[in-house]
Design a protein. Sequence first.
Length: 215
Amino acid sequence: MSKKYKKQTKKQSEKIVQILIDEYKDAKCGLDFTTPFSLVVALILAAQCTDKRVNEITPIFFKKFNTIESVKDASLEDVMNIVKPCGFYKNKAHAIIQSAKIICDDFNGKVPDTMEDLTKLCGIGRKSANIILQECFSKVEGIAVDTHVTRISRKIGFSNGNSQFKIESDLLKTFDKKYWDKLNHVLVLHGRAICIANRPKCDICPISNLCNKND
Ligand code: SF4
């Protein structure tokens, strides 16, 4: 029989996240970008791929396609050839070209700055839109929930939701707004360094005595 899920209180949750914020002082977006559109491209490429690999490919991509219009007019084959090392390259190349078309045709060539409009782009869901809003437009409206945030939120006891939407909703209810912009970054770093999928290093974890260690 599986153990009963143990949830944290709001006070304890904020105490835990403050410890992680102190631990990962330099936590920031791991993707390199210079413009909102370069972050759109990086986020599309980052699905099932490491930030390191994406950061190797985006400079090559923008050397060849240095405007949104040039991406819009690019052939699928040309884009696929460049983004191939990031995996799922046909879908990703298609999403990049389609997003460039939507930005040019519907948003006057500018990446939009609302959740509603960003999620109209191809390959950009709520998670990526939250990151674009925060990083490019200084708008913190939600919390980007990725695989690390999902796994660790469950482990610690922040949320036992089964969807990214439910987990984000639980996190938004639990945490004061001042924590929202930092939550994704610190949980991603914690997930890479300590709370690794299937082999968490609880013995050296700075929140080990507070974590509920749910299954
Ligand atoms: S104590 Fe273990 S399960 Fe909890 S956050 Fe740390 S590494 Fe993860």
